[in-house]
Design a protein around this ligand. Sequence first.
Ligand SMILES: Cc1cc2nc3c(=O)[nH]c(=O)nc-3n(C[C@H](O)[C@H](O)[C@H](O)COP(=O)(O)OP(=O)(O)OC[C@H]3O[C@@H](n4cnc5c(N)ncnc54)[C@H](O)[C@@H]3O)c2cc1C
Ligand code: HEM
Length: 367
Amino acid sequence: MVRLIRDSWAKAEPYLPEVTQFFYGMLFTLAPATRDFFPINMEVQRNRMVRALVHVVQMVDQPDDLVPFLRQLGRDHRKFGVIPKHYEAIGTALLAAMKTQLGPDWTPDVERAWAEAFTIIARQMQEAAASDTNPPNWSGLVADHRRLSWDLAMVRVEPEAEIPFFAGQYLSVEVPQRPRLWRYLSPANAPRPDGSLEFHVRAVDGGWVSRAIVSHTQKGDVWRIGPPVGRLSIDRESGRDVLMVAGGTGIAPMQSLLDGLAQWGENPKVRLFYGGRTRDDLYALEGLRMMASCNPWLTITPVVESGPAPAGGEQGMLADVVTKFGAWPGCDVLVSGSPAMIRATVSRMLVAGTALDQIRYDPFTID
Ligand SMILES: Cc1cc2nc3c(=O)[nH]c(=O)nc-3n(C[C@H](O)[C@H](O)[C@H](O)COP(=O)(O)OP(=O)(O)OC[C@H]3O[C@@H](n4cnc5c(N)ncnc54)[C@H](O)[C@@H]3O)c2cc1C
Ligand code: HEM
């Protein structure tokens, strides 16, 4: 099944713009209400959904990785207002777009493979969505917005009702300056009695949403917030030490986990490597050092790519520095940061001898 899907996609992929155009045309004809889920300007992130769909369909033979991801994705899709009949429309639109593009190469066997894979995937997502009893999304009031540097802001949001998240999870937000462009953010705090969430957002080059949040978010803005998802967690009872590797705003879920741990007297030993391009990028370092000074189970090692390393720190790429210390046997390893940083760190650690099942990170978006 997967071979037929991959081979047929290889033939269609060079024509992604055409496939995408046909896909949306068909989708909005079959289910006009779904137009409101997508960005107003369809040129923005135009190919994203089709590439995401195909990427997931091609993973249908890897259920161990795919099923937990699909269950989260299905719950997460409730935030758009997706209902079961929309899945049918998406499936029909995808297959019709492929058929039109492939012509005679769209054989009955190829069609069956795509249809079966899509059905398996859609069923997982729908089952997870149906079993979620939380609201599909929450609104939250921006109570504070502070620029920490030219490209970084801290935003504190007070949700209308408590959002049931665990330390280390992330959730997606939609901001009024960029309607219908949802982006994932990680709260930097563990759940608080007042339910508030603190986000750290870095403006990325050419970024639609992050630049708007850093430059234009104001107190009083109302954000929409999707369901909490993600699998970064610490098992305090496991007896295993923890290695955290965080780059840039990837420090946020680690801060959330540490905030959660700090509520207990005894914890596993935690060693945190916190990396940035220069010392100025390590915006959370002072706070983390203060936390380490009253929590002996925590050790912080700052890492900078260039310029002088802070006291007690290291210079180099996170992946190089962490693997200098060996394979970290017996440790749970949590990695968080940009997609490139996660890829580099995980692959270097595997080469250094760390076992794959020791390492945990949250999947970044398909791009
Ligand atoms: C699980 C998870 C948790 C996240 N937590 C946070 C967080 O706490 N704080 C935070 O600031 N961001 C976080 N992100 C990243 C965030 O979701 C957005 O992807 C990022 O803000 C860029 O969105 P944008 O609309 O500005 O850029 P887009 O308009 O989507 O993209 C513009 C350009 O930037 C590139 N780009 C996209 N994302 C990144 C990135 N992370 N690093 C470098 N280049 C990128 C794109 O490839 C593209 O070239 C998280 C992402 C995931 C998946
Ligand atoms: C098999 C079914 C589906 C799969 C595998 C799937 C997968 C995905 C993925 C991976 C993303 C990107 C999420 C992110 O990281 O930002 C996404 C976004 C999105 N999906 Fe789906 N999806 C499915 C069904 C649907 C349905 C039925 C709808 C409703 C019409 C829908 C609407 C959207 C929208 C509006 C977005 C965000 C907008 C965008 O990125 O263009 N999806 N989907």
